[in-house]
Design a protein around this ligand. Structure first.
Ligand code: AMP
Ligand code: GLY
Length: 427
């Protein structure tokens, strides 16, 4: 069979590579993909943008594709799934309506509360003066709260600050953008974990879990980013806490949404904080995580290409097939452009990117690069296109050994100004 992955980053590269390993797969097309992906067998990039739905559906039909998998959030938000389904083309992802679970934090919180999902208490504010008044009261303790913008703010919409002054500045920043609503949420404390499931209404299968590192610099310093690295599995989560996450985080949500007549389909990504009193759900995303996917996919032994086919064909076997894993841990470290994430200056683009083929020898060395922000210049050379440029994954019997392998190879990716964290999977 032939499959189509939609997106262009490291997450889509990892998915495409995993799907290409399916014995029944002859080709994985990625639209638009990036030139770093094509070194992999069976992967071919297609020069169609991820929001050009007409061209994507035509390509799908012309190439006799079995199903499409959407990696990236933008085409989902624009309604790619609705478009494909209206043409009866099989696609994995949520409808536009369901993307609200990720794109509105207020809707998401209200849904969690209605479905009795363990989550931090929250207050909603529509006007700056109301929140300023609330924060101004003498009993208000800023250390007990987190401020969140309702809408996605590209990683800049959540404020965990300790003084009233910082909190008020953040409120002003958010309300100065027209039409903003915000929520104040009780602050929780504990380690965080991400879980991933493939869902079809009330049916779901857990694909696995992972931890990501959001800050740019070692030891959680520096600005927030899309994610600078990850490891999988998060084997410190107890069986009891995992059961709570599955029962109350996934099952209860899916039942509630189906009961409301808005069943959820596609990948569901849940972020939880494990507090002293058990897991609390922080957020849902309607897609896989990046860079969590890059440490999770290489661990999965199950043929996902077949599982996804069964899913799109609604064959019951997709939920009864247990997800099997290779033993050990996957660790992924991201190399980003100079200037990333672009808060204090410009992100540097267009520098030459080179690498030693050793970092693409999975069978021999358990070492794999996943390419993200790369393109070709007019001379056909690989150059950075900014942001997260590449990442390296290794798999080994334990986390520290997998991390050691990644760091042993990290110098084999070269581009001017590359920055990466040195402490991924070290704690
Ligand atoms: P979110 O986008 O809602 O997952 O928030 C981004 C990050 O902010 C999370 O990964 C946490 O590190 C932090 N955060 C969010 N909500 C809370 C909370 N209620 N208490 C403490 N930290 C939080
Ligand atoms: N790694 C977090 C995300 O994909 O949103």
């Amino acid at each position: 069979m032939k499959v189509l992955v939609i997106g262009k980053g490291g997450r889509e590269h990892a998915m495409a590579w995993k799907l290409a390993q399916g014995p029944s797969v002859s080709k994985v097309f990625v639209a638009p993909g990036n030139p770093g992906m094509e070194a992999d067998q069976k992967i071919e990039c297609v020069g169609i943008g991820e929001t050009d739905f007409e061209a994507l559906s035509k390509f799908f039909i012309d190439h006799d594709i079995s199903y499409a998998v959407v990696g990236a959030e933008v085409p989902l938000d624009r309604g790619i799934v609705d478009f494909f389904l209206s043409k009866k083309l099989p696609i994995i992802g949520p409808t536009k309506l369901s993307t609200k679970l990720e794109s509105s934090k207020i809707y998401s919180k209200q849904t969690m509360l209605a479905a009795e999902i363990p989550t931090a208490e929250a207050l909603f504010f529509d006007h700056l003066k109301d929140i300023v008044q609330y924060i101004g009261t003498s009993e208000f303790d800023p250390k007990g709260w987190v401020l969140k913008a309702d809408e996605l703010e590209a990683g800049k919409g959540v404020f965990v600050v300790d003084t009233k002054k910082e909190l008020l500045n953040a409120c002003e920043y958010l309300f100065n953008k027209q039409g903003r609503r915000v929520l104040l949420e009780k602050r929780l404390v504990g380690p965080e974990v991400s879980y991933f499931a493939l869902c079809d209404g009330e049916e779901f299968t857990i694909l696995g879990n992972a931890c990501d590192y959001k800050r740019l610099l070692d030891h959680g310093k520096g600005p927030n980013t899309g994610g600078m690295g990850s490891y999988s599995p998060a084997d410190w989560v107890t069986k009891g806490d995992e059961k709570t996450i599955i029962e109350k985080g996934f099952k209860a949500l899916l039942k509630y949404l189906a009961g409301k007549g808005t069943p959820f389909h596609g990948f569901l990504f849940l972020g939880a904080m494990i507090t002293k009193t058990g897991p609390y759900i922080l957020e849902y995303n309607v897609r896989m995580g990046d860079p969590e996917t890059q440490s999770l996919m290489p661990r999965i032994k199950t043929d996902l290409a077949t599982l996804f086919l069964e899913y799109t064909q609604k064959s019951p076997s997709w939920t009864t097939t247990p997800i099997e894993y290779h033993p050990g841990h996957g660790v992924h470290v991201v190399l980003a452009s100079a200037g990333y994430p672009g808060i204090d200056g410009e992100i540097i683009k267009g520098v030459n990117v080179s690498f030693d083929p050793v970092i693409n020898q999975w069978e021999e060395n358990r070492s794999k690069y996943f390419a993200a922000g790369v393109g070709l210049n007019s001379r056909g050379e690989m150059v950075s296109t900014g942001g997260r440029v590449m990442g390296l994954t290794s798999l080994s019997h334990n986390k520290s050994e997998a991390a050691r392998l990644v760091y042993q190879n990290i110098g084999k990716v070269q581009f001017e100004g590359a920055q990466y964290r040195n402490d991924i999977a070290q704690n």
